[in-house]
Design a protein around this ligand. Structure first.
Ligand SMILES: C[S@@+](CC[C@H](N)C(=O)[O-])C[C@H]1O[C@@H](n2cnc3c(N)ncnc32)[C@H](O)[C@@H]1O
Length: 309
């Protein structure tokens, strides 16, 4: 299933078989050293990560009871489990017959694992072989590694070489790097300058090459005007983007931006899945609006989903 991908349950085999390439040597070493395994009883050596370690169960609920693997970077970039779980349920409700999901920046598997709880074929891409390894190991701990296929590579290269286009994905999701915890330094996050590895317009175009249904997890202070402009530039003047602000523990964690009819037309009441409690209303993004989430200003073009209900 996907010749270019490594099956998450067979990374040891893949690392042994493909001897020639240095990335597989690295993978073999990571596996042999059982690298990056978190010892819940031992706080991390890097003191700067202490606040993330304290909240570790929000990232992976199994972190104290099962083997979970994290690089330093993953502590501040993994999608918290309840958000990832909500998103996977939401996508399932919007695309009930969907089978294949691509997670473009799979990191430590926060989203990949939750998608695999809902969909039979989940593909994860990341340019860090360490993160590919962490995703595979974490997926094994969650018992969903048999549904996950992984590929190491730079998104730009993979997309320009058409390496991923043989599979028909029902949805392409990506939680791209926001540039570290500093993303909140400025009031408004510049989606063209600071999003990695490319600005929002190019990123949207690249995702749409693989599926008409696209979701990105973006900073909560993202520039909505840029989002609106990118949507119109790539999909046409009347195109819409649905934005859902996600709160956890009273804290706004980020926004889920969605493109595609299945998301725009989704009516929560009509679905059987009662776990999803959304008050959705999709409208075109307001063109003038730039600052904070409009829902806080009484405007209904943007939804807020509080993970705590
Ligand atoms: C915010 S993290 C994703 C976290 C992930 N959703 C999770 O829950 O674990 C972003 C990931 O993108 C990867 N990445 C950064 N630049 C990339 C690129 N050009 N191509 C592919 N992956 C990239 C990083 O290695 C990192 O793992």
């Amino acid at each position: 299933m996907g010749k270019n991908f490594i099956h998450a349950s067979r990374i040891r085999h893949a690392a042994r078989k493909r001897k020639d390439r240095s990335k597989y040597q690295t993978l073999r070493k990571l596996i042999d050293d059982n690298a990056y395994k978190i010892e819940p009883s031992k706080p991390l050596k890097n003191g700067k990560l202490f606040k993330y370690w304290k909240n570790r169960r929000r990232l992976f609920s199994k972190i104290d009871s099962s083997s979970i693997y994290m690089t330093d970077e993953l502590w501040f970039s993994v999608t918290p489990e309840r958000i990832a779980c909500f998103l996977a349920n939401f996508v399932k409700a919007c695309i009930p017959n969907g089978e294949r999901i691509l997670d473009v920046f799979c990191g430590g598997g926060g989203n990949t694992i939750q998608f695999a709880m809902q969909f039979p074929y989940v593909y994860g891409v990341d340019y860090s072989i360490e993160h590919i390894y962490c995703t595979a190991k974490n997926a094994q701990s969650y018992g969903v590694d048999d549904r996950i296929w992984l590929k190491q590579g730079s998104w730009k290269k993979l997309i320009s070489k058409g390496k991923l286009s043989k599979i028909k994905y029902d949805c392409v999701f990506g939680s791209p790097p926001w540039g570290g915890p500093e993303y909140l330094r400025s009031e408004v996050y510049d989606l063209e300058q600071h999003l990695e590895p490319m600005g929002i317009t190019k990123m949207l175009r690249s995702f749409l090459k693989l599926s008409p249904n696209v979701i990105m997890f973006l900073p909560r202070n993202s520039d909505l005007e840029q989002l609106s402009r990118a949507t119109r530039k790539v999909l046409g003047l009347f195109a819409k983007c649905k934005v859902l602000y996600v709160k956890e523990n009273g804290y706004m964690k980020g926004m889920l931006c969605m493109w595609g009819e299945c998301f725009l037309n989704y009516e929560p009441e009509a679905q059987e899945n009662k776990k999803i409690e959304l008050c959705s209303e999709d409208e075109e993004l307001p063109r003038e609006q730039k600052d904070e989430p409009s829902a806080t200003k009484g405007d209904k073009s943007i939804d807020i989903y509080d993970i705590n209900g």
